[in-house]
Design a protein around this ligand. Structure first.
Ligand code: WQD
Length: 341
C-alpha cells in the first residue's frame, strides 16, 4: 500500500520540486495550497513531469475546519509543511500577517494530525535561525540567535512548537530541515522559482536581469570582510534539497528516527560569495550580466554556511549538483518562462 504524503504549500517553488521527488520515489502525493503566493505554473509543471495530476486541494491552512477536513478525508502518513510567507523585508513591515499566517497554519496542521491518529511532521525551517554565527560552518548544535525579522522568528517559534508537541503527543514525530539558500530549477525547465513582483532573492534577480526583465542587478555591499567584499552563502540546488525531504520522510515513515524530534542542516557546506555566483552565472551561460555595487542591505549577515555532515550520515543524503549546473538550470527556467509569456 503506497504511503501518502501531504505537501502543504506544494504548488510553490520548493513544494513543487519536493512533490516531484516524492512521487518519483513511490509516494502518493497530496498537494494543498491556497495559491496566495503562486499561480498554477508549477503545479501544471509537476503534472507534466509526472505524466499524471497528483491530487490537489485549494485551501488555506489558517482555516482549521478545512485542515481538519483534509486530514479526516485522507490517510496521511506524513505531512511536509511549506505553507508560509517567506519574504524577510515584508515580514518586518507586516509582522502580524507573518505571525498569524505562519504560526496558525502550522498549529492547525499539528492539531489536525493529532485528531486523526497522529502522523510524521516534517517542517521547512531555515538557516536564518542561526543569525550571524560566530563559528562557521554552523552545525545543528550551533545555538540559534534572536532573529532579525518576524519571518526568521516564525521559523524559530515553529521549530519550538514542533519540539514541544512531539514531547506532549506520542503520536506526533518531527523533523525540522534547516535550508540554507535554495536556488535553481528542475532540469526539465517545467518548474522553478516564481517570485511575485520584484524578486527579493539573488538568483531570480540575476536571471530576470539576464532575460531583460530587470535593468540591472544591484549587489548589496562590496565592503564586507570577505575575500571579494561580498557576502557568503551556502547555495543549495532545489532538486538536491527536494531529495533531502524524501530521505527525511522515509526515515520517519520507516521508523528509523533515533529521537522523536530531529533537526538537520540541508546545505552543501561550501560558502560562495555573491560575486562568485554572478561570475559563475555569466561563465556557465556564456553571457554578460549588467550589475553594479550598491550599499549593504540592512539585516544581511556577512556569512552563513552549514555543515551537512549529520544529514549525510543520518539521512544518507548529500548535495550532488554543482553551482554551475544549478545556475544553468535556473537560466533555462527563466528562458522557458519568457517563451511562455
Ligand atoms: C543572498 C545574498 C544579499 C538580492 C533569505 C532568507 C532565507 C531564505 C532565502 C527564503 C545576500 C545578496 C540579494 C539582490 C544582492 N528564505 N543580494 N542583490 O537573504 O541570504 O536568505 O532568502 O527563501 O531564510 O533569509 O537570500 O537571496 O535575498 O540574498 O546582492 O538583488 O545576495 O545581500 O548577500 P538571504 P537572498
Amino acid at each position: 500500500m503506497k504511503k501518502t504524503v501531504l505537501v502543504s504549500g506544494g504548488a510553490g517553488f520548493i513544494g513543487s520540486h519536493v512533490s516531484v521527488e516524492l512521487a518519483q520515489a513511490g509516494y502518493d502525493v497530496l498537494i494543498a495550497d491556497n495559491m496566495s503566493n503562486c499561480d498554477e505554473t508549477n503545479y501544471n509543471g509537476v503534472c507534466k513531469i509526472l505524466g499524471y495530476a497528483p491530487e490537489f486541494v485549494k485551501m488555506d491552512f489558517c482555516d482549521s475546519e478545512a485542515v481538519d477536513r483534509l486530514f479526516a478525508g485522507h490517510k496521511i502518513d506524513a505531512v511536509i509543511h511549506f505553507a508560509a510567507y517567506k519574504a524577510v523585508g515584508e515580514s518586518v513591515a507586516q509582522p502580524l500577517m507573518y505571525y498569524r499566517n505562519n504560526l496558525l497554519s502550522f498549529m492547525n496542521v499539528i492539531e489536525a494530525a493529532r485528531k486523526n491518529g497522529g502522523c510524521n511532521v516534517l517542517f521547512s525551517s531555515s538557516a536564518t535561525v542561526y543569525g550571524e554565527a560566530e563559528d562557521l560552518p554552523v552545525t545543528e548544535k550551533t545555538g540559534r540567535k534572536p532573529s532579525t525579522s518576524p519571518y526568521g522568528n516564525t521559523k524559530q517559534i515553529s521549530e519550538d512548537i514542533l519540539r514541544d508537541c512531539v514531547k506532549a503527543y506520542p503520536e506526533i514525530k518531527g523533523i525540522a530541515l534547516r535550508y540554507f539558500n535554495p536556488i535553481g530549477a528542475h532540469p526539465s525547465a517545467l518548474i522553478g522559482e516564481l517570485p511575485r513582483g520584484v524578486p527579493n532573492n539573488l538568483v531570480p534577480f540575476i536571471t530576470q536581469t539576464a532575460i531583460g526583465k530587470r535593468e540591472c542587478l544591484s549587489i548589496f555591499g562590496k565592503d564586507y570582510p570577505t575575500e571579494d567584499g561580498t557576502c557568503l552563502r551556502d547555495y543549495i540546488d532545489v532538486v538536491d534539497l527536494a531529495k533531502a525531504h524524501v530521505c527525511a520522510v522515509t526515515r520517519m515513515i520507516e521508523g528509523k528516527m533515533k529521537a522523536d524530534y530531529e533537526i538537520y542542516n540541508i546545505g552543501t557546506g561550501r560558502p560562495v560569495s555573491v560575486l562568485e555566483l554572478v561570475n559563475s552565472f555569466e561563465k556557465v551561460n556564456s553571457l554578460k550580466l549588467n550589475y553594479k555595487f550598491v550599499d549593504r542591505r540592512p539585516g544581511d549577515v556577512v556569512s552563513i554556511y552549514g555543515s551537512p555532515a549529520l544529514a549525510n550520515e543520518e539521512l544518507g543524503w548529500k548535495a550532488e549538483r554543482s553551482v554551475e549546473e544549478t545556475l544553468a538550470a535556473a537560466w533555462a527556467w527563466e528562458k522557458a518562462l519568457a517563451g511562455k509569456n
